[in-house]
Design a binder for this molecule. Structure first.
Ligand code: PLP
Length: 360
């Protein structure tokens, strides 16, 4: 915990600033805690370099703005987190960076949307909150063939369930706030990937300031030591909840990548080790049913986060994705009856009992 580091002497200070020697200068640039966290994430993702950021959105923003410039174009999956959607539609156009949305599982659309100006393919898989899946093998090959950067938000999967770099991704980012912290304690993010690209992103973060606090970096480093144990339990609980919901008469449809009924089930099985800890479903009584379900839960917390030890419920159409137009929500299947559950570490029979009584 320090803002800056003491140099041995004036020559040491000069050499550090000139990058002739390794070491810490100032915690906006690097800090031993953030370096430890980044190094762990780099190893887990099979990347070459990384940068830790203050939030997941800072990671996503840095991964784009650190590499692109005015006139560049992004092809993005339509189904992205609400703030990523806002970044693409409301902020990046101010700096002349445009985008085309495509359906995440429509490979022909990805291919056709690429223009002369396209510099990046951006994808979130599984997507929040619809759990749509992109075919990473296809996107990796496409990015290589068309010479564009493949940038993946891997928040929902974590490197334990899916390693996009194995399929050709150049950049991978996370909201560390979610499964990486896993205990609902603090915000953070991380970008990892190819060394030359990460150098640009590092310089952007170092000079504009969205870097991670040493305290949160220490916390996330400790969290990574338990990630495998936590995720095993989250995923097992989530699959059991998804299977339970699928048979429930008050449920219209369940979205979970490891259910055979998921439209991209085969792709999910190929590229993911497990289905993850999020289960979304559509209540058969639409908005009224969805909201009554949320209010009926006794154990689960009603909150906007995911990836906590506790089971969490959210109604995306009126919260995380409320700022999208109804048309934009419909295009990615975020109907008024959609409920998102982040399945916790509680005993699965308690989670299912709570969901069951709320559905009743
Ligand atoms: C898939 C995904 N990406 C990015 C973010 C943004 O992360 P943060 O809230 O840490 O900025 C979230 C947050 O919910 C998310 O679910």
């Amino acid at each position: 915990m320090t803002s800056s580091f003491v140099f041995d002497d004036a020559e040491h200070m000069r050499a550090l600033f000139a990058e002739e020697t390794n070491g810490n200068i100032y915690s906006r640039f690097t800090n031993p805690n953030t370096t430890e966290f980044v190094d762990k994430m780099v190893a887990m993702e099979g990347a070459e370099a990384g940068v830790a950021t203050a939030t997941g959105m800072a990671a996503g923003f840095a991964s784009i703005i650190g590499l692109l410039r005015s006139g560049d174009h992004i092809v993005s999956s339509r189904a992205v987190f609400g703030s990523t959607h806002a970044l693409l539609t409301q902020f990046l156009p101010r700096w002349g960076i445009t985008h085309t949305f495509v359906d995440i599982d429509n490979n022909a659309q990805w291919e056709e949307a690429i223009t002369e100006s396209t510099k990046m393919l951006l994808v979130e898989t599984p997507s929040n909150p619809g759990l749509d899946i992109a075919d990473l093998s296809f996107l990796g090959a496409l990015a290589a063939r068309r010479n564009v950067i493949l940038n993946v938000d891997n928040t929902f999967a974590t490197p334990l369930l899916q390693r996009p770099i194995n399929y050709g991704a150049h950049i991978v980012w996370h909201s560390a706030t979610k499964w990486i912290d896993g205990q609902g304690r603090g915000l953070g993010g991380v970008v990892v990937g190819r060394a030359d690209l990460l150098r640009e992103i590092y310089l952007f973060a170092r000079n504009t300031g969205p870097t991670l606090s040493p305290f949160n970096a220490w916390m996330f480093s400790k969290s990574l030591e338990t990630l495998h144990v936590r995720l095993d339990r989250h995923c097992a609980n989530a699959l059991a909840v998804a299977q339970f919901l699928e048979l429930h008469p008050n449920v219209e449809r369940v979205m979970y990548p490891f259910l055979a009924s998921h439209p991209q089930h085969t792709v999910a099985k190929r590229q993911m080790k497990s289905g993850g800890g999020i289960v979304s479903f559509i209540h058969k009584d639409g908005a009224v049913g969805g909201k009554r379900f949320v209010d009926g839960l006794k154990m689960a917390s009603v909150t906007a986060n995911i990836g906590d030890t506790r089971t969490i419920v959210t109604h995306p159409a009126t919260s995380t994705h409320a700022r999208l137009t109804e048309e934009a929500r419909q295009a990615v299947g975020i109907t008024q009856g959609l409920v998102r559950l982040s399945i916790g570490l509680e005993d699965v029979s308690d989670i299912i009992a709570d969901i069951d009584q709320a559905l009743q």
